[in-house]
Design a binder for this molecule. Structure first.
Ligand code: URA
Length: 427
């Protein structure tokens, strides 16, 4: 494995040999020991950041990705406002899922390409930093991920685990909270697959001496109401100013509670949740977000006055065809239509329109009347609007009777196993 990965990074092993290895792993898997060795070699293919000179237990979060998943934008400043340093290295959106970097870069001037020295000084000064993967962090993963993308070998638990954990372990963290999404809009569409991935990630984290726990959360309908980079930033601003979006804040505060507990600033996850709610209510999370935007070069006037942001040229309502109750909202379809409108990319070099996206106005379980607005679309591409309207209309299923929605937070997972999670939050 060392020969292979080291040779691949140095350019001695060609792509076709690595593709053969990836395809073999895709079909035959790797056992836990092999996955741990694979992760270790990917981790040490680059720099492992040392944040030990910065006081406090440094904690990060990783989400396996979803539609409307903007949790990091609230979570990082909120947890930092509770006194736990959050060094976060995030990715871009690819395929139907969004990426934190694209959302942050929709704020004019915001720099996600800080050098590792700037990264260290930002976390030391304000307790939170959010950047993209640099060439120095796990370069073996950078190269291999691009190859996996074009060889159809992304969806494989040991390869995903090695890829995610090598980057997270390189950031300089002491502990990690995982948000493993399950459902139609997630990488892992069944709870069983999601639990297998979560368990592997958690075991790897703990094997490397980083306390790692996770939550299994629902991704059958989009999280919150906004899909699209700037629209999602605005939704987060609203939440941090106290206008709570229930499902989004339930996920943010639950993950946040675990991060604050792991960071040593709360006795339990519940206590951590209370602390997260407090910093939202007293405005400290919002102040930290503004400090983060300013520290990374963003134009604070736009986050303070989102109404000054440029508007999309074309705005269209999707109307409800008949009365009833929203039974299901196909998150995957929302992800793909979002891309069509310009909010995401199918190829890594596609250009994203920060204003484009979808605002959902009705969520699962709500009653609707024929002719009411289900969603609003924002785009510069007039030629796709009609198709987008039809697809979004069909993405809502409407029933005659209300049916119970699947639990938003399904389970808490740690090194001892999977525990049901029944603590619904009142926010
Ligand atoms: N995200 C990653 O960083 N790597 C994977 O393999 C899948 C998702």
């Amino acid at each position: 494995m060392h020969f292979l990965i080291d040779g691949y990074v140095r350019g001695v092993i060609p792509d076709y040999q690595m593709s053969a290895f990836l395809m073999a792993v895709y079909f035959r898997k790797m056992d836990f020991e092999e996955t741990a060795i694979f992760t270790d070699l990917m981790l040490h293919s680059g720099i492992v950041v040392d944040l030990s000179s910065i006081p406090g237990v440094k904690v990060d979060k990783h989400s396996t990705g979803g539609v409307g998943d903007k949790v990091s934008l609230i979570l990082a400043p909120m947890v930092a406002a509770c006194g736990v340093p959050v060094p976060m290295i995030s990715g871009r959106g690819l395929g139907h899922t969004g990426g934190t970097l694209d959302k942050l870069e929709s704020i004019p001037g915001f720099r996600t390409n800080l050098s590792l020295d700037e990264y260290k000084s930002a976390i030391g000064e304000i307790g939170v930093v959010m950047i993209g993967q640099t060439h120095e962090i796990a370069p073996a993963d950078g190269k291999m991920y691009a190859l996996r993308d074009v060889t159809g070998t992304v969806e494989c638990v040991p390869l995903i685990a090695g890829s995610i954990m090598s980057k997270k372990l390189a950031e300089g963290i002491d502990a990690l909270v995982l948000d493993v999404k399950t459902g139609k809009g997630a990488f892992m569409q069944s709870d069983e697959e999601a639990i297998e991935l979560a368990t592997t990630l958690i075991q790897i984290g703990n094997r490397f001496g980083k306390k790692t726990v996770g939550f299994l959360t629902d991704m059958n309908q989009p999280l919150g109401y906004a899909i699209g980079n700037w629209l999602e930033v605005v939704e987060c601003i609203e939440c941090m100013k106290g206008r709570i979006v229930p499902d989004l804040m339930e996920v943010a505060c639950t993950l946040g509670g675990a991060m604050v507990m792991l960071g040593g600033k709360a006795r339990s996850i519940q206590d951590g949740i209370v602390k997260c709610r407090d910093v939202i209510r007293n405005g400290k999370a919002w102040e930290k977000f503004v400090a983060l935007v300013r520290r990374q070069g963003g134009d604070v006037s736009y986050v303070e006055h989102p109404e000054h942001y440029p508007k999309s040229t074309f705005v269209a309502d999707v109307k409800c065809p008949r009365s009833g109750y929203i039974d299901n909202i196909d998150a995957l379809e929302f992800g793909f239509v979002g891309i069509m409108l310009g909010a995401g990319r199918m190829k890594i070099d596609d250009i994203v329109d920060p204003k484009a996206g979808i605002l959902v106005t009705k969520k699962n379980g709500e009653s609707v009347s024929a002719g009411e607005t289900l969603a609003v679309l924002y785009t510069e591409h007039t030629h796709v609007l009609e198709q987008a309207i039809n697809r979004i209309e069909r993405a809502f299923s409407i029933a005659t009777k209300p049916s119970p929605s699947p639990a938003l937070i399904r389970a808490f997972i740690d090194e001892h196993g999977v525990h049901p999670w029944q603590n619904r939050l009142t926010l």
